[in-house]
Write a protein that binds this ligand. Structure first.
Ligand code: AMP
Length: 285
């Protein structure tokens, strides 16, 4: 596996592959890789001739006061995971390489202007998806992949990227991959490392709420409010948990919905102590 720290190196590598007629998959990440990330690399390796992973903690998707500085990093471990899973190239740029004006700032953003990025996580993180769209759009321009792989764990991000790719005619297939969980159900996340032992136990309320919601839907409940209320009550029983949101939205547009008569995303963000965790499930009509 090669490591590239500059845009020029990535372009050189990818254009050599292109000349050989090889297809290219992209897996964008912020590093501190776990099996969730590895599953995206596996999917990319299975679907594409060559795979590029990016490893970049993107400053424009963090608001002041969020965890940009403390976000966990371990590039050596990331390389070992990527290599083991068959990644061909890791793009590990500096902040200045990605944002040449310096200081992780940019004057040019890619932003979806409808309500989609304002729902769910957008309510407490109003500038988050603008940063995500901007960095992913830059990565698309740098790598020019055939396919790009994203986790269903960040369901709103996946929906936002699909919309952006369509609106901007990227011609890149956006592939969604299932949520990878710990044995006890907790969705794998780089941020799980912030949890102490007590919080780690309390964090199970998220996946328990997912299971409860899934079972209500499986039993025939079609009223999203009833499902959301039941999930909310379950989470509220955990003293270390503080709900940011539990909500039901159209799986494509992210608009709030009252009934399950199309594909519905049930999503939540919950603070466990000071750590904000997310989880979700899809209910199909
Ligand atoms: P991150 O490094 O947290 O920005 O995540 C990079 C990519 O990995 C995103 O597309 C995430 O949705 C995906 N991802 C993170 N955690 C998981 C997980 N537990 N299962 C599947 N995909 C994941």
């Amino acid at each position: 596996m090669k490591v590239a720290t500059t845009i020029a190196e990535v372009r050189r590598e990818v254009s050599a592959w292109r000349q050989e007629g090889l297809s290219v998959g992209l897996v964008p990440t912020m590093g501190y890789l776990h099996e969730g990330h590895a599953s995206l690399v596996d999917a990319a390796v299975a679907a594409c001739d060559r795979v590029v992973a990016s490893d970049f903690v993107n400053p424009t998707q963090f608001a002041p006061g969020e965890d940009l500085e403390s976000y966990p990093r371990d590039f050596d471990h990331d390389c070992a995971v990527l290599e083991e899973h068959g990644c061909d190239l890791v793009f590990y740029p500096s902040v200045d390489e990605m944002y040449p004006d310096g200081g992780g700032k940019t004057d040019t953003y890619v932003e979806i202007l409808n309500d989609m990025p304002k729902q769910l996580c957008g309510k407490t993180r109003p500038t988050h998806f603008r940063g995500v769209c901007t960095v992913v759009s830059k990565l698309f321009n740098i790598v020019l992949p055939d396919k790009a792989f994203f986790g269903q764990k960040d369901a709103q991000q996946l929906a936002v990227i699909r919309k952006m790719a369509r609106d901007l005619s990227y011609g890149i297939e956006i592939v969604g991959c299932p949520i990878v969980r710990e044995d006890d159900g907790l969705a794998k996340s780089s941020r799980n490392t912030y949890l102490n032992a007590e919080e780690r136990k309390a964090a199970l309320v998220l996946s328990q709420a997912v299971k409860l919601g899934q079972s209500l839907v499986a039993d025939g409940e079609r009223d999203t409010r009833k499902v959301v209320d039941a999930m909310t009550q379950l989470i509220k029983r955990e003293p270390l948990a503080r709900i940011d949101y539990v909500d039901a939205v159209d799986a494509i547009t992210m608009d709030p919905v009252d009934a399950i008569d199309g594909d519905v995303l049930f999503a939540m963000a919950v603070y466990i102590g000071t750590t904000r965790l997310i989880d979700n499930f899809l209910a199909e009509a």
